[in-house]
Design a protein around this ligand. Structure first.
Ligand code: DOR
Ligand code: ZN
Length: 348
């Protein structure tokens, strides 16, 4: 590896929002350019709560994959109080519906149909354990009396720790972690508990969201936290611990629904996803740790093979456009109008 060029086994994105229909025209090529597979989130306006709906959604996504790419969406089921264990059996019979997503009801975008009380879904969890299927968790409590900056820590203490005590063999991913508490928690668990880390939580902290003015395009959930938490996430990502791997949580919303009185949560990072992770690892002199974080640990956790092809990144500035078209609106990407320090040269 010379320091201005970096070749990696084709990475995967273990947490992605592609949205649906016309939006796929924008989102799918952005992710397909640098990822081989992506765990595709099921929180569509009409959530993906059945295997049949997941397979239909997968077909719609595949119809937007550019010819030059071999992108494979890996589908997830949206866990509701009424999801049946039989649906887990049905998912297992496919090789492309690979996990179940748990949103506490009301925690984030399109989560109103989420789980109201965790014990209601124990029969589904027991069937998932039988099939070794991972539960993907949005780890924030929703109680209004809990400060929004404390909701991840509270979730770990009051929901997650009891859950894994009850089901110690459950395979579980704590998604888009944002705090040192989550890092400590995952480090203390055996290999069946993992976490994804986004590029935006590695690059930014709550000052970027709030200091000098409110910046709605930095508003995501879980919220950006103080810089000491950001540092803990960086150390986890570059540590070489296989329980931490890449998940962008790239989540596009139209400009109008971000720049408004009550804006939506989500940061659109897909157009520069792997490049932004390269910036973080580079600025911490850890570029040699990027490949395992981006291309191996997630696949190993899910029991999937590593990708065969590779990508090359160059240390070369480019400018992120100020917006992209998104289904009759525009989406403002991360770093809009600003410089990105690494560039994707090839995907072969
Ligand atoms: O910022 C976020 N956006 N966090 C989530 O949990 C959901 C996502 C979305 O779907 O927009
Ligand atoms: Zn997400």
């Amino acid at each position: 590896m010379n320091s201005d060029s970096l070749s990696l086994t084709l990475p995967d994105d273990w947490h992605l929002h592609l949205r649906d229909d016309e939006a796929l025209h924008t989102t799918v090529p952005h992710s397909a350019r640098c990822f081989g597979r992506a765990i595709t989130m099921p929180n569509l306006k009409s959530p993906v709560t059945s295997v049949d709906a997941a397979l239909d959604y997968r077909d719609r996504i595949l119809s937007y994959v550019p010819q030059a790419n071999r992108f494979q969406p890996l589908m997830t089921l949206y866990l509701t109080d009424s999801l049946s264990p039989q649906e887990i059996d049905k998912a297992r019979e496919t090789d492309c519906v690979v996990a179940v997503k748990y949103y506490p009801a009301g925690a984030t975008t399109n989560s109103d149909n989420g789980v109201t009380e965790i014990s209601r879904i124990y029969p589904v969890i027991e069937r998932m354990i039988e099939h070794d299927m991972p539960l993907l968790v949005h780890g924030e409590v929703t109680d209004h009396c809990i400060d929004i900056f404390d909701r991840e820590r509270q979730f770990i203490q009051t929901i997650l720790q009891p859950l894994i005590r009850h089901y110690p063999t459950l395979k579980l991913v704590l998604e888009h972690i944002t705090t040192s508490h989550a890092v400590d928690f995952v480090q203390q668990q055996p290999a069946n508990i993992a976490a994804t880390i986004t590029a935006h939580h590695l690059l930014y902290n709550r000052n970027d969201l709030l200091a000098g003015g409110i910046r709605p395009h930095f508003y995501c959930l879980p919220l950006l936290k103080r810089s000491s938490h950001q540092q803990a996430l960086i150390e986890a990502a570059i540590s070489g611990n296989p329980s931490f791997f890449l998940g962008t949580d790239s989540a596009p919303h139209g400009r109008a629904s971000k720049e408004t009185d009550c804006g939506c949560a989500g940061i659109y990072s897909a157009p520069a996803a792997i490049e932004l992770y390269a910036e973080v690892f580079d600025s911490h002199a850890a570029l040699e740790k990027l490949e395992a974080f981006a291309s191996f640990y997630g696949a190993d956790f899910y029991g999937l093979p590593h990708n065969q092809s590779s990508i090359t990144l160059l240390r070369k500035d480019w400018h992120m456009p100020s917006e992209y078209r998104l289904a009759g609106d525009v989406v403002v990407p991360i770093r809009a109008g600003d410089t990105i320090a690494w560039q994707l040269e090839s995907n072969s």
